[in-house]
Design a protein around this ligand. Structure first.
Ligand code: ATP
Ligand code: MG
Length: 388
């Protein structure tokens, strides 16, 4: 029935001088997300974006891909008709017949939006005319202006677009409209969700993964890459950097108290991340920490970790329960990959009895046994950058 898709953007995206810029970003994202479908045209008609596949069977598949784009609030499968009263009437009857047969609807309301003021019939008059036509042709049909089974919308632009469904999508703000964040991406459940949450508010994401090859496996690397790939449907392209932390873990093990291992390693991660962020014009770090979830996520631990850097560390999951995080992770389809068993570095070098209430002065004292700058320089040599 439907031959194209109408895309509605959020109000905020459309405000002010940046409108053209946001629309360009969004249409680029749409094209990228649907590149597996051949012969699709993405075009604008009087302020609205439409996606028109050559193959009608692609409509549902395209909707599944496009519904993940932040900044889009609604999608409507619709029918494009030439702007003649006769052609529109014919299509409205066809659509109504389709809706009666497939959805068993009876009551309806027509809502015309005439962007093209040259069109010969005014919106309200056209509503009445088309309503009368449906009543004449379907004996069970009735008009209900307050609570109809179905709305039939007509957008009269260069062409006329007829649709009845408005599919709510992820919303949020278009990627790239709120700066850049470096996501510390482990293979766990939380950090992919944290990246998703910040991207939803318009932050462009790069990712950083610390491993301890050969103590962590190649499969752990593959798992993180897979998580990055899954996030890309929402976040757009994500550059993934991997760094081998082994030398740092060895130095900590040899020179520091075992119970401080995790905190010290986390401070190194933040320092390295800060350096990469500064060198690449990235504004913030993003982590998947949730208050109280594990030993390194008590208030005391987080304060000591944060103290290592000056760059803001944003933690979008800080006040969420694990069940809430898991729910989002399932919704965005990263969960199944996150629970694969391959270990990342921190589990392997985790102390048996980690400090849960570390004191900054003790940690700094322990850290002073290490040549911090040199260790950072050494592990940065192992940096690999992966870009799809
Ligand atoms: P996650 O589910 O994201 O792995 P977690 O519950 O395992 O989180 P921690 O291990 O305490 O929690 O890690 C807290 C945060 O620190 C992670 O969400 C992530 O942002 C960052 N982090 C931890 N380990 C790594 C790693 N190996 N590489 C990159 N970032 C990491
Ligand atoms: Mg983890």
């Amino acid at each position: 029935m439907y031959n194209l898709i109408a895309v509605s953007m959020g109000e905020i995206a459309l405000k002010g001088k940046n409108r053209g810029y946001f629309e360009k970003k969004l249409t680029d994202r749409i094209k990228r997300n649907i590149k597996e479908f051949k012969n699709v045209s993405v075009f604008k008609d009087q302020g609205k974006v439409f996606i028109e596949p050559a193959n009608l069977e692609d409509v549902d598949g395209i909707i599944e891909k496009v519904r993940k784009i932040f900044g889009i609030v609604l999608l409507s499968p619709c029918i494009k008709v030439e702007k003649s009263v006769e052609a529109i009437e014919k299509k409205v009857l066809e659509l109504f017949d389709y809706l009666v047969k497939n959805n068993g609807i009876k009551s309806f309301k027509i809502q015309t939006n005439r962007t093209d003021k040259d069109f010969e019939i005014k919106s309200l008059d056209f509503n009445k005319k088309l309503g009368g036509l449906i009543l004449d042709n379907f004996s069970d049909a009735r008009v209900d202006v307050h609570n109809p089974d179905v709305y039939i919308y007509l957008d009269i632009k260069t062409d006329c677009y007829i649709y009845s469904e408005k599919i709510k999508t992820v919303g949020g703000l278009p990627i790239g409209t709120n700066g850049k964040g470096l996501l510390l991406l482990s293979g766990g459940i939380d950090s992919p969700v944290a990246g998703y949450m910040m991207a939803k508010r318009g932050v462009e994401i790069e990712a950083l993964y610390f491993h301890t090859y050969p103590f962590s496996s190649e499969r752990a690397n593959e798992k993180v890459k897979k998580l990055r790939d899954l996030l890309e449907d929402y976040c757009g392209k994500i550059r993934l950097r991997s760094i081998n932390m082994l030398e740092i873990h060895k130095a900590i093990k040899a020179n520091c108290e075992e119970k401080n291992t995790t905190i010290l390693a986390r401070r190194f991660m933040m320092k390295i991340a800060e350096r990469i962020a500064r060198e690449n014009e990235i504004d913030i770090l993003i982590t998947g920490e949730s208050l109280g979830q594990v030993a390194s996520q008590t208030i005391e631990s987080m304060c000591v970790i944060e103290n290592a850097v000056e760059i803001p560390i944003v933690k979008p999951l800080i006040g969420m329960d694990k069940t809430e995080i898991v729910k989002i992770s399932k919704d965005i389809e990263t969960f199944e990959t996150s629970i694969l068993p391959y270990e990342d570095c921190c589990q392997i070098f985790a102390p048996k009895h980690p400090a849960t209430k570390p004191k900054l002065e003790n940690i700094l004292k322990d850290e002073s046994n290490l040549d911090v700058q040199n260790l950072i320089d050494v592990v940065l040599q192992t940096e690999e950058i992966n870009y799809n």
